[in-house]
Design a protein around this ligand. Structure first.
Ligand code: FAD
Length: 460
């Protein structure tokens, strides 16, 4: 096994020439802040319906989480309220190649297998099966022998497995740029290297966005800024508790077929890529750097989520470019001339590219070897990290602001927004257009953090 000569870099190289450089219009129907899967999917859906939409992305399309994830598109283990959206999302993924005319999504349905090594995990899988039956999912429980047959090289004697064949995967750094190209062909304007400095309001109504390249008038804005959303929402007086957690990923060279599909136990997750190699991660290991947001949002996170943070390593050394950092300049206040004209925190942090510690990659390789035979020669070629934005209850916010007319929010996907992204985009496009979203979005309302209701925790 080897971690020598690893390239520590993200799959999307921020140095490559920008692809989308639309001329900023004076006005549009909708401005979307953030060119991740949430923003781009919404733009695609809006453009299909003829809405004039502009996406402003401070770096490159999908430069943050949306290109750095494992690519899983899973229903398995989903929260009960998220599952209907996720089921719709799978249907959208299935139709995307044809709908977009793009072949580069690298989408397949090779299934997701959750392995149980103890009784508690088995009980969680039993619980999910009730939900799966309710929704006619193809999930099944595999016994010890069936797991062994699927994983002939496994060293660990797993008790059982939860297997959903219709789950799948797409290649994130192909899929989201491909969707952006399709949105652009349908008329969406996309501008990379275009940070939004502030959102202007008049009488509590959205009136424009101020970007580093000028102002664009609009009365509807979607805030889909990933790990930066809470900070931007705060500048408008909105309370949106969110913490940033770092997660690391490694790319294994194709050498040995371990499993055809995607699997995870409590230690390691593997996702098979189109080239036969695997994208690998420690399944439940994250890092959170204690910062101003850790204290600002301590109360909602204390309500329960913190108990689920047992797999999180806390760091104290400040990283100057992380969201929530003490030293980051305060986000702009509406209609403040100094904010409009000054280089913002978002331009200073074009691409959030957290560092991967080589020790974490070593740990992945060790676990791989503990778990499977014949991995002695496994070789990691690339490693990178992404910053997940998590809410206190691990489900997203998909809502319109009650406080600011014309402001919409899609964020807080808590580490599972890639798979659900296309359905989130469809729902947000309908909300923005004033159409019925087709799902009960009550659970995903913004004011659940302030209306006194007890937060209901979703699975991580
Ligand atoms: C290591 C890792 C593994 C993961 N694995 C999976 C998985 O297997 N399956 C899954 O479903 N999910 C997974 N996720 C989660 C998934 O990647 C995210 O939930 C999803 O990509 C979030 O998309 P987004 O569009 O909301 O945010 P992002 O992709 O973070 O996009 C937000 C964008 O907004 C831009 N932005 C921010 N502020 C501004 C501003 N002021 N002006 C202009 N632009 C701005 C940012 O530059 C960024 O590009 C994983 C995440 C990580 C990090």
């Amino acid at each position: 096994m080897s971690s020598d000569q690893i390239q520590y870099q993200s799959p999307i190289n921020s140095q490559t020439p920008i692809t989308h450089d639309a001329t900023l219009p004076d006005s549009v129907d909708v401005v979307i802040i953030g060119g991740g899967i949430a923003g781009i999917s919404t733009a695609f859906e809006l453009a299909l319906k003829g809405t004039r939409v502009l996406v402003c992305e401070k770096g490159r399309v999908a430069c943050e989480q949306s290109s750095r994830n494992w690519g899983w598109i899973r229903q398995t283990g989903r929260d009960a309220d998220e599952l209907p959206l996720m089921i719709e999302s799978i249907e959208i993924w299935k139709s995307l190649a044809q709908k977009t005319g793009e072949n580069e999504l690298a989408f397949n349905q090779q299934g997701v297998l959750y392995l149980a090594g103890n009784e508690q995990e088995e009980a969680e899988h039993d619980e999910f099966m009730k939900l799966a039956r309710e929704h006619n999912l193809d999930s099944v429980l595999l016994d010890k022998q069936q797991v062994k047959e699927k994983l002939p090289l496994a060293r660990k004697p797993y008790l059982s497995g939860l297997w959903t064949p219709s789950d799948g995967r797409a290649e994130p750094w192909y899929a989201v740029p491909a969707l952006a190209r399709a949105a652009s062909r349908k008329g969406a304007l996309i501008k990379e290297n275009c940070a939004v400095r502030t959102i202007e309001t008049t009488n509590n109504k959205v009136s424009s966005v101020v970007t580093e390249h000028g102002e664009v008038k609009t009365n509807r804005v979607l805030l889909a800024a990933g790990a930066w959303t809470s900070q931007m929402a705060r500048s408008l007086g909105l309370y949106l508790p969110q913490l940033a957690v770092k997660s690391c990923v490694a790319r294994l060279q194709p050498e040995q077929e371990l499993f055809s599909g995607n699997l995870a136990d409590d230690k390691l997750a593997l996702a098979q890529r189109m080239d036969g190699g695997y994208t690998m991660a420690l399944s439940s290991y994250h890092q959170h750097t204690i910062n101003a947001d850790s204290f600002r949002y301590l109360w909602p996170f204390r309500q329960g989520a913190i108990k689920k943070f047992s797999a999180t390593e806390f760091k104290f050394r400040q990283q100057p470019n992380y969201p929530g950092n003490w030293t980051l300049p305060k986000p702009g206040k509406n209609a403040d001339a100094a904010v409009r004209d000054k280089i913002s925190v978002y331009e200073k942090n074009r691409v959030l590219d957290p560092q991967v510690e080589p020790a974490v990659v070593e740990r992945m390789l060790q676990r791989l070897n503990n778990q499977f035979d014949q991995c002695e020669n496994a070789r990691v070629t690339h490693a990178w990290a992404g910053m997940i934005e998590t809410t206190p209850d691990f489900v997203p916010v998909l809502d319109r602001s009650q406080q600011t007319d014309g402001l919409f929010i899609a964020t807080g996907f808590s580490g599972h927004g890639f798979g659900i992204g296309p359905a989130a985009g469809r729902v947000m496009a309908d909300l923005i257009r004033g159409d019925a979203p087709g799902h009960d979005l009550q659970r995903f309302r913004l004011n659940r953090f302030t209306d006194g209701s007890k937060l209901q925790l979703g699975p991580i």
